[in-house]
Write a new protein. Structure first.
Length: 309
C-alpha cells in the first residue's frame, strides 16, 4: 500500500464497523441520507452521505469532508469526532466519494478541477439534502471544506470557483492543482495549507509555492508544516477544527446576506524562521508569514511546527 492510499484505507476500515448505509434517496434509522449524481464531464462516480445534529436547530454551515485520491470518504459522516464537532457548532456534514474516469495518469485527479462539473454535483447534493432534511437554510449555507490529499486539491479549486460560498478551506498534502494565482475573492477566503516534513517533495514544493504566490498577493492563508510526518492526516484535523471554530463566527458576523469579509489587519502572523507568532502590525512583513486569525489558532500552529503535543 502506498502512502497516498493510507487515508483511503483508514476510512474503509472505519466503514466496516459503521452501520450499513441506506440506499440512495432514502434515510437510514440513524439519520444518514445518501445521494449520488450520474457520471459527469470530469468524474465517474459522485456519491454523498449526509448527517446533521437533530436537535441543533438552524444549521450555521455545512462541513464537507473530502478523502484522498478516488477514495470513499462517506464513512467519515459517521465519525464520532466529526459528529461531536458538528453538534457543538451546529453544522451539517456532507461526506463525499469522487472517482475519475479511467485515464493514463490516474495520480492526477480530474475531478479536482471542480468547475468542470464535480463542484456542481456537490452543490446539487447539498440542495437535495436540504429539502429532505427540511432544513432550507442548508441549501445556501456557507461551506467549511476539509480534505486530505486530493480532497485538499478539490477544496482549493472549489474556493477558486465559488469563493462566495466558502467560509474557510483546508489544503492538506495534495499535489496537483489547476490554478496557481487565485482570484482576489479567493485570496480573501481564510485557508490553512498543511504539508508533511517527510512527505513527497513534489507535494511539499507545490503547496509551498501556491502559498508563497498567493500570500504575497494578500491571501489570508497559513502554511503549516508538521515535522516528521509523511502523507497522513497527522495533527492537521485538530488544528483545522480550531481554525474552523474560530473563523466561522467572524464570517457569519454581518447582518447582510452572504459571508462577512475578514479583517486582514487583525489576528497574528506566524514567522517560519523563528516558529513563533506575534500580533499583526502596521508594517507589511518582508518575508512570507502565516496569517492566523486568533491567538488560539496561532498557538495550535506554533505547537504543530515545533512538534509539540
Amino acid at each position: 500500500m502506498t502512502s497516498r492510499t493510507l487515508f483511503h484505507a483508514a476510512i474503509a476500515i472505519a466503514g466496516l464497523a459503521a452501520p450499513i448505509a441506506t440506499a440512495f434517496g432514502q434515510t437510514s434509522p440513524n439519520g444518514l441520507m445518501e445521494e449520488a449524481a450520474p457520471p459527469g464531464a470530469n468524474y465517474d462516480k459522485a456519491e454523498f452521505r449526509f448527517w446533521y445534529p437533530k436537535d441543533a436547530g438552524t444549521m450555521r454551515a455545512v462541513l464537507v469532508l473530502m478523502p484522498g485520491s478516488n477514495g470513499d470518504g462517506r464513512p467519515a459522516a459517521e465519525d464520532t469526532v466529526w459528529q461531536a464537532f458538528a453538534t457543538k457548532n451546529k453544522l451539517a456534514i456532507v461526506a463525499c466519494r469522487f472517482t475519475d474516469k479511467p485515464h493514463d495518469q490516474s495520480f492526477i485527479e480530474a475531478y479536482a478541477d471542480v468547475s468542470k462539473g464535480s463542484g456542481q454535483a456537490l452543490l446539487d447534493a447539498i440542495t437535495k439534502f436540504s429539502a429532505r432534511s427540511q432544513h432550507a437554510e442548508i441549501a445556501n449555507a456557507p461551506l467549511l471544506l476539509w480534505g486530505m490529499s486530493a480532497g485538499g486539491e478539490f477544496n482549493y479549486e472549489f474556493a477558486v470557483w465559488k469563493p462566495e460560498r466558502v467560509a474557510a478551506f483546508i489544503v492538506n498534502k495534495g499535489n496537483f492543482y489547476y490554478t496557481a494565482l487565485v482570484p482576489p475573492a479567493t485570496r480573501d477566503v481564510p485557508g490553512m495549507l498543511f504539508v508533511g516534513g517527510k512527505d513527497l517533495e513534489f507535494r511539499t514544493n507545490t503547496i509551498v509555492g501556491l502559498f508563497a504566490l498567493n500570500r504575497r498577493g494578500g491571501a489570508l492563508w497559513a502554511l503549516a508544516e508538521e515535522p516528521g510526518v509523511g502523507h497522513v492526516v497527522g495533527k492537521s484535523r485538530d488544528v483545522a477544527m480550531a481554525f474552523f471554530e474560530d473563523v466561522l463566527p467572524m464570517r457569519l458576523a454581518g447582518e447582510h446576506a452572504g459571508l462577512s469579509p475578514m479583517n486582514a489587519k487583525s489576528g497574528f502572523l506566524g514567522d517560519f524562521k523563528t516558529k513563533s507568532y506575534q500580533p499583526i502590525g502596521e508594517a507589511a512583513p518582508k518575508d512570507p508569514t502565516a496569517w492566523l486569525p486568533t491567538e488560539r489558532v496561532a498557538r495550535a500552529w506554533q505547537d504543530m511546527v515545533n512538534s509539540k503535543p
